[in-house]
Design a protein around this ligand. Sequence first.
Ligand SMILES: Cc1ncc(C[n+]2csc(CCOP(=O)(O)OP(=O)(O)O)c2C)c(N)n1
Ligand code: SF4
Ligand SMILES: [Mg+2]
Length: 311
Amino acid sequence: MSAFSAIDEEREIDRDEFTPGIEPQPTWCPGCGDFGVLKALKQAMPEVGRTPDETLLCTGIGCSGKLNSYFESYGFHTIHGRSLPVARAAKLANPGVEVIAAGGDGDGYGIGGNHFIHTARENHDMTYIVFNNEIFGLTKGQTSPTSPKGHKSKTQPSGSAKEPLRPLSLSLSAGASYIARTAAVNPNQAADIIAEAIEHDGFAHVDFLTQCPTWNKDAKQYVPYTDIQQSDDYDHDINDRREAAEMMYETETKLHEGEILTGRYYVDDDRPSYGQEKRAIGEMPEEPLAERYFDEDADWDRTYDLIDKHT
Ligand SMILES: Cc1ncc(C[n+]2csc(CCOP(=O)(O)OP(=O)(O)O)c2C)c(N)n1
Ligand code: SF4
Ligand SMILES: [Mg+2]
């Protein structure tokens, strides 16, 4: 194992290790679904056996982006829609680190949509949690890519004229190799799904339904929900792309008719991640790139050398 990778020897891990030492009081509103993501993530980490210093959490901008203020790990609160490129770079530079990216529906499916498509397409090994509250929460409730058609907000006072984006279907067609939807109102399912997503080798996308009681009062609170793996009405094969696509289409249609379906939709355990593909064709060294930074003898240009060269 690389000296650079922050890998501890195996030991019992407690979810409280993921609570920051100086515990900041979350500024999320009472009843916000974002608490559910934090709780599920903290519950999942001991299950996957990762410690805070083996974990990097990259977030975007939004109420959702505050997650890493309340979660103890390495963290990078990036800019709007840009958690994924930062997460990709970190994972490629140091594959031993457990990389989790997180952000809102506006952040990931709107301004960062292109990064989402191509990170899924390239199957980068990381977990991507999208807090889907169907609006821009932090900036006070504007219409987002997942707001239902007709949804009224300050930016669309007569109701949105647009069809909402279908994040699960988009993710599948782009190439994600693990896709699930869960909800803050279903904490045990959420923790199990996040643990599975973290353990998956490749791009694992979790669309996490998070109610916003402050700015999305008309929206569903995502109850009651049906877990498609628990229900006798659904039995699609999660390894079959075509069946997954049909199940996703039904789920996304039903969401706006008021029926909430959650669960695992698609898992492809055979597809190599981007890092594995690059190593296989000899384009990525076995040793983490990040180690070069600490190697005085390594033959490469440091950023400050480049700046000197060009000034
Ligand atoms: C480049 C850029 N454009 C716009 C903003 C303003 N802004 C901050 S958060 C946000 C939307 C947040 O919505 P979402 O990603 O759904 O997160 P939520 O607050 O709902 O969790 C916007 C538009 C910004 N910070 N940066
Ligand atoms: S505005 Fe909405 S999304 Fe943001 S903290 Fe409050 S309830 Fe949560
Ligand atoms: Mg949002």
